[in-house]
Write a protein that binds this ligand. Structure first.
Ligand code: UD1
Length: 367
């Protein structure tokens, strides 16, 4: 079977790495080509992950870059159509919910190529999120829908998707975490920065709903600046967030250089350093999707600065608290966590490091 594996943006890399590895282990079944759309292109948003995860260099880089949603999606479709015609794959594999995921799915399906979606069925039911639109459109088109949990499979069934397309396989991002956990633990980031385990929080923030509206963004920063008086906050800042913070004149909330009791900015970190930082954090504050899952497996409390989540399993079984974007709610949640002993929570079914193996087994059986 000839396969094109697609990656585009930062959260795709750790999902695709174990799939490539599992395909490599079955050379009798798979020949594969890795296409990077170039949605993310900064060294720290892209190349650093290939290095950390030991991923092969992309065979084809579409170098699309940034743009409006329509521009970015459209450019990827035009370039990816050319690649599909040239490579004539039997199957395209897409992961996650970014614009590259949707663009490559639509393109391949219109060329009559089968498509597999890894991380299917997640739903926030919030149509103001570009990712929710990407998820819905991708899932309706794909031939193989690989889900991370039973709630996601149930969402697909409720949308009328035939049972034989739905495969509950577990979480490939957790495959990557399980594989790299010991290596990440040995990094020396904390000692280099003079931080001690359990005595700081990490923060990520990049969703348009949080950083594009100056009042919401300011409210979150006000709350976090107060938290940071007692608990330093390390904030590896996403390029779009840095751009918005500059535009709104929010530099006063941050410090750079050495960690102090403040919201402390660093450039985005590579996979291993970021995992090291999170596994030792007192808590993680985030609007990311993947971090809600990673903290659940690490057993680190997570405060999600969003009004909804497409990953409710992390609240039901894991360490995730969904608190929204209002300053008082954020402060109350942090205070509650600081005064509580850390609870031992469960890990969702099949988040065991074997998800890619299951996916590749199902694909191989379908040839
Ligand atoms: C994208 C995904 C989002 C995911 C996030 C992880 C979509 C719709 N969104 O959001 O689901 O959680 O990636 O990071 O696909 N930029 C750079 N350098 C880069 C990449 C981006 O400077 O390498 C800046 C540019 O100003 C760009 C902006 O970030 O316009 C947004 O990038 P884009 O890829 O459109 O979306 P993200 O916000 O990164």
């Amino acid at each position: 079977m000839k396969v094109i594996n697609v990656v585009g943006a930062r959260p795709n890399f750790m999902k695709m790495a174990p799939i490539i590895e599992a395909m490599d282990a079955r050379p009798d079944h798979f020949r594969h080509v890795l296409v990077h759309t170039g949605q993310h292109y900064d060294e720290r948003m892209s190349r650093a992950f290939f290095d950390d995860l030991g991923m092969p260099k992309p065979d084809i880089d579409l170098e699309i870059g940034s743009g409006s949603h329509a521009e970015q999606t459209g450019k990827i479709m035009i370039e990816f159509e050319r690649v599909c015609k040239q490579e004539a794959p039997d199957l395209v594999v897409v992961v996650g919910d970014v614009n590259s995921t949707l663009a490559c799915t639509v393109t391949a399906k219109k060329l009559g190529i089968r498509v597999a979606h890894v991380e299917a069925g997640l739903r926030s039911r919030d149509m103001s999120m570009p990712e929710e639109i990407n998820r819905l459109c991708t899932d309706v088109l794909c031939d193989y829908l690989f889900t991370t949990d039973t709630l996601a499979s149930e969402n697909l069934r409720n949308e009328g998707i035939a049972e034989d397309r739905i495969h509950f396989v577990g979480n490939v991002m957790i495959d990557t975490l399980v594989k790299h956990r010991a290596l990440a633990a040995r990094r020396e980031l904390l000692s280099r920065w003079g931080l001690r385990p359990g005595e700081y929080a990490t923060l990520t923030l990049h969703r348009p709903s949080n950083v594009d509206d100056p009042e919401i963004f300011r409210g979150i920063l006000e709350a976090l600046a107060e938290v940071a008086r007692d608990l330093p906050i390390v904030f590896p800042i996403h390029p779009r967030t840095r751009k918005m913070a500059q535009e709104f004149g929010f530099a006063g909330y941050f410090s750079e250089g050495t960690p102090v009791r403040n919201i402390w900015l660093t450039e985005p970190l590579g996979y291993l350093d970021f995992l090291h930082l999170n596994m030792h954090a007192r808590m993680v504050l985030t609007d990311s999707g993947g971090l809600q899952e990673e903290t659940t497996v690490l057993g680190v409390p997570c405060i999600t600065l969003r009004r909804n989540t497409e990953r409710p399993i992390t609240c039901i079984q894991g360490t995730n608290l969904l608190v929204g974007d209002q300053p008082l709610a954020i402060l109350n949640a942090v205070k509650r966590l600081l005064n509580e002993a850390r609870k031992v929570r469960g890990i969702p079914e099949k988040w065991d490091g074997q998800a890619a193996e299951r996916i590749v087994g199902i694909l191989a059986a379908g040839t």
